[in-house]
Design a protein around this ligand. Sequence first.
Ligand code: URA
Length: 234
Amino acid sequence: MRIDKLLSEMGIATRTESAKAARAGGITVDGVPVKRADIHIDPDKNAVTYLGQPVIYRRFTYIMLNKPEGYVSATDDPKERTVLELLDDRHRRLGLFPCGRLDKNTLGLLILTNDGGLTHRLLSPKHHVTKVYAFSAERIVTEEDRQRLEAGVTIDGELTRPAKVVLNDDRMSGKITLTEGRYHQIKRMLEAVCNKCIALERIEFGGIPLDPALKRGEWRPLTAEEEALLTSHQ
Ligand code: URA
């Protein structure tokens, strides 16, 4: 792989910046300065530094974001603020996109990645990745409603897959576990039992819980364990 490609894929430097840095002796390979940035190296074997910093090559990046209200789950939008705007410049250059969607007013765990293959697999209707949401409803969810939500309600003429619904003592809030991700699914499921969702937060995705240390709008790379869990979904 070319050094300048490696550095641009990592969001570290553009090709022009890499060429300039190489000419100035700012790029080393295995401890030796290289004069050109278009030479080929093996990122798994060669140790590269850029302006004195080691460059750890990672093919894909996986980020956990605690999505705040008011941001759309898109990479760009003519009118709305996108979740990508919450990242720093380097991460914004990595070609990340949201792995699934949360509504503009839904909060919580959103994974951002540039691993298109994994995203495709996780979002395919055949793949039933588990998502857990904390919700508040306008009215009490009766035991009959709870059982209907669990068994499946009809949205757009199609029954929802079996879900798990655990209510808090007030019976107006609780947790719903889904294994699919249809448009406005929880809002429409509650509407199907003559109720209304008034607050929604995703608290788990594919077995990965939202890190309680992340404030709204904050993000961090997935840990090695979280990344292994996410990419183990085949
Ligand atoms: N269900 C919804 O209604 N909205 C979301 O953002 C996620 C699940």
